[in-house]
Design a protein. Structure first.
Length: 272
């Protein structure tokens, strides 16, 4: 059952999403060669609690940490550990927080130092695919329209779309209906309605879309050992159109990256 949110609830969810955005922004300046994912996890937990929120993943389905940290060939759900990051790695940092009883949940894949051109392209295409998907999240469309758009964009770029893990509705629970696959067929699946809020999260593999799971019961990695990227935004439908509740702007500020991608996206939506 899809639980739609009122305008007031969506504003509360924006607060939750922005706590995650700020956490990712704080982490952006800490991601560098030599740092361990466990250290970053501790920083994130402290930051979230200092902002009057609760880590959203810690203890959820018995997950042991605040962040899912998935380097290189790990797709998602990696557990922080004491292995230092190395120059040329990529690290997907997925973070959740609860504020005012609502969850925020979003993710960014960071390059560690300089990465190869191939890997930089994987990051760029995966992030772009997120916006391609969000643009289809509007009243009148269906789940399959988002999935189709992301899959087509990703496969046209020569990459694999992970099937087994999907985006999801979000609210007072981390995972609500509907499931939001990053693949699909136009016109299929549940219809989008005003007040829906979802976490959209393409997971894109440089090689095969196939995955495997480590014996820890959590870590998902690519079957061929090639890198995988993951970007996630929380998005609501307001006045029939997608409104991104989370933001990457704190990350860009921390890294000194000039980007108007979110504003440009909004302008484009207004234009149609
Ligand atoms: Mg997430
Ligand atoms: Mg999610």
């Amino acid at each position: 059952m899809i639980i739609t949110k009122t305008r007031e609830e969506i504003e509360l969810m924006r607060e939750s999403a922005l706590i995650v955005s700020k956490t990712l922004g704080m982490l952006a300046s800490e991601v560098k060669p030599g740092v361990t994912t466990l250290h970053l996890d501790k920083l994130a937990e402290e930051f979230i609690r200092d902002h009057g929120a609760i880590p959203g993943f810690l203890g959820l389905y018995d997950f042991p940490n605040t962040l899912c940290m998935s380097p290189n060939a790990q797709v998602v759900h990696g557990i922080p550990n004491d292995t230092p990051l190395e120059e040329g790695d990529i690290i997907s940092i997925d973070c959740g927080a609860i504020k005012n009883d609502f969850y925020g949940d979003h993710a960014y894949t960071f390059p560690v130092g300089e990465v190869s051109e191939d890997v930089a392209r994987l990051l760029r295409i995966t992030k772009e695919s997120l916006y391609v998907g969000i643009a289809e999240f509007k009243v009148g469309n269906r789940v399959g329209d988002v999935g189709y758009a992301i899959q087509k964009f990703t496969e046209d770029a020569g990459y694999g779309v992970v099937r087994e893990l999907v985006g999801h509705g979000i609210g007072r629970k981390m995972h609500e209906d509907p499931e939001m696959p990053n693949y699909g067929r136009r016109g299929r699946g549940k219809k989008f309605v005003e007040g829906m809020v979802v976490a959209m999260e393409p997971m894109t593999n440089m090689g095969t879309h196939r995955i495997k799971q480590l014996r820890d019961g959590w870590t998902i990695l690519t079957a061929d050992g090639k890198p995988s990227a993951h970007f996630e935004h929380d998005v609501a439908i307001i006045d029939g159109k997608p409104e991104i509740l989370s933001t990457f702007k704190y990350i860009y500020q921390a890294l000194g990256i000039e980007s108007d991608e979110e504003d440009a996206f909004r302008q484009e939506l207004l234009a149609v």
